[in-house]
Ligand binder design. Structure first.
Ligand code: TYD
Length: 215
């Protein structure tokens, strides 16, 4: 990938998966790659990335917060809408590469499938909130719930979502796999080494750009 291969409408890449799947590491590696090549980019994570989004993040993740299921889904959608309006859309309009650590599929998996909300309604609300903007490529770093559990056990502090049990995370994983089949997410085995995943990700992005499948 070089500067000239990024189209005039930028390139929007999202990383999805269970907590501890390695998506944050891969997003950071991709950012390093873009930096080394002087490719203009933005790195964002959800929820957050705007003033209101950071406040919503605190509320959503604090174990002290008591929130009903639709309230949770709405707050994620609110933070996302602000991030799209203030950061993602302007960045794409400048032709930049946007690397997003989680996006809309997180809400469909965690709130829709995980909490048992009407997935179509969660999708409709979110699509409305983001003006229909979806990533050019979404990577799903897939791990079994056993791996999630092992990786969580080494964490000192668990947030409000991470305190949910294995049954919840199983529904989220199954939901992600269903979404991947329906919406063409690129599924990678999150149990592979960091280096292997990184090269698979670069390969996909470069093939995608060469195929002219965006813009
Ligand atoms: P994340 O920042 O990925 O967690 P961490 O940096 O601690 O690994 O995401 C925060 C939590 O929010 C995570 O448990 C997943 C959850 N989440 C949802 O439930 N729905 C959503 O739409 C998003 C974006 C995140």
């Amino acid at each position: 990938m070089d500067r000239s291969s990024i189209g005039s409408q930028g390139l929007f890449i999202a990383f999805e998966g269970l907590d501890g799947c390695g998506k944050t590491t891969q997003a950071k590696l991709l950012i390093q790659y873009l930096l080394q090549r002087n490719i203009p980019h933005r790195h964002v994570r959800e929820p957050g990335g705007t003033e209101v989004g950071d406040k919503i993040r605190q509320l959503l993740l604090s174990p002290e917060t008591r929130l009903n299921t639709w309230g949770e889904a709405m707050l994620y959608a609110t933070a996302r809408a602000q991030l799209v309006q203030d950061v993602i859309s302007p960045s794409l309009a400048k032709g930049e590469v946007v690397v997003c650590d989680r996006y809309l599929f997180s809400s469909l998996a965690y709130q829709g499938y995980g909490l048992g909300l009407d997935v179509e309604l969660v999708r409709t609300i979110n699509m409305k909130a983001v003006g229909g903007l979806i990533p050019h490529i979404s990577f799903l770093l897939d791990i079994p719930v056993e791996t999630w559990s092992q990786r969580q056990s080494s964490k000192q502090h668990l947030d409000r979502i991470e305190r949910r049990d294995a049954d919840y995370y199983q529904r989220v994983r199954d939901g992600y796999q269903k979404l991947a089949r329906e919406h063409g997410l690129v599924v990678l085995n999150g149990q592979h080494s960091e280096q292997k995943l990184y090269s698979q990700i670069l390969e996909k992005i470069e093939a995608y750009i060469k195929g002219g499948r965006y813009n």
